[in-house]
Every structure is written in C-alpha cells, then in structure tokens.
Design a protein around this ligand. Sequence first.
Ligand SMILES: [Zn+2]
Ligand SMILES: [Zn+2]
Length: 121
Amino acid sequence: MNPGNRTASYHILPDAGGAVRVQFFCELSDALICVTAPIRAETPEQALAIAWETEGKTKFNTCKKCGRFVSDVMYNADVHECVACAPWENYPLYCHRCGKRIVEIVRHCPQCGVLLRYEGS
Ligand SMILES: [Zn+2]
Ligand SMILES: [Zn+2]
C-alpha cells in the first residue's frame, strides 16, 4: 500500500466501453459506501485516483489515531477517531441475544430482531 496515495478499501468494476466504476468500502464495517460514475482513464491506478479525488474521499472520515477511512456511522466525530479507537459508550458491538456483529446504529438486531440494549437507556 502506498502511504502517499491512500484510499479506503476499494474494488474496481469494469464498465461499458473500457470505463470503470470504483466501489469504496468502510475500512471498519466493510460496508459499501459509494460507487462512482463510470470513469475513463489510462490505467486502473489513474481511475482509482480520480474516483477517490472526485467522489470517494468526500464520503469518508479519517480516524486521526489509526488512519482508517470510515463511514459516518463508524466515526466518532466528537474525538475525530473511528469507533474502534474511540467506541461510543452506549453503542452495542454485538447482539446480546444472537451474537451478530452490529455494524450500524440500529434499535433492533438485523438478524434476530431483538431490541438492542443500549447501555444507560
Ligand atoms: Zn481508528
Ligand atoms: Zn440478534
């Protein structure tokens, strides 16, 4: 990985006519955050750089501690760190009933539907 030219995790998809679309993922939850419009470039590296500059980086927050690019829901804006470095105190990381990993702020477990226990509520 080139530290001078970092982007979030990505996947390059071929599109019509030799163009590509780039998907960017949250580096904490692996959630798909955005897909760019088709981009034409000489190389995949150039397409990636264009995608990141024009669309990708506006959708992400950078953790000042670990440097990961994360989505809004995985970012603790109070301290400018990702939730792995600075967890919300009342945010459950796993469902207390089925153990599913909770990757977004939701009231109910997406797998078993139980009302999640937020500490202090
Ligand atoms: Zn972090
Ligand atoms: Zn559950």
